[in-house]
Write a new protein. Sequence first.
Length: 165
Amino acid sequence: MYVRTTKRENKSGTVRYLHLAHNEWDPVKGRAVPKVLFTFGREDELDRDAIRRLVASLSKLLEPGDALAATAASDLEFTSSVPFGGAYVLDQLWHRLRIDQIVGRVGQPKRGRRRDMTVTERVLFALVANRALAPSSKLAAAEWITNDVHIDGLAETGEQMSAYT
């Protein structure tokens, strides 16, 4: 399918009309001929908001990656998508209850140089989020954290999470 443009001459000049069309093979003519499926009307009077609504409605019929590929510029490439909502809500609760600060204090030695507990706190949060959202073993949790969910502040986790917890 494609958008076909036709021109008509009138007293005030040239007017362009837009149509949604596709080519069908005509065995009598021995070639493909355009078949108009829908006429959008004059190009200068096009209701762009109606077009946006139509595209949004049609995009719901596709997987998110396919919808993005269909509407994005050709130099963009869809790489992946992971759920974010459940982990986001739990992370907000985690911060509101100040568990992140508690973990940071508990992990510090009484004397000596302070440790950066940021990664440890994020891994601990990720394990708790895993138990809440997709309960599994610690090894399966590493896979879940790396491939199946977005955790703010934690890009990926290897199988050796025990070094952090």
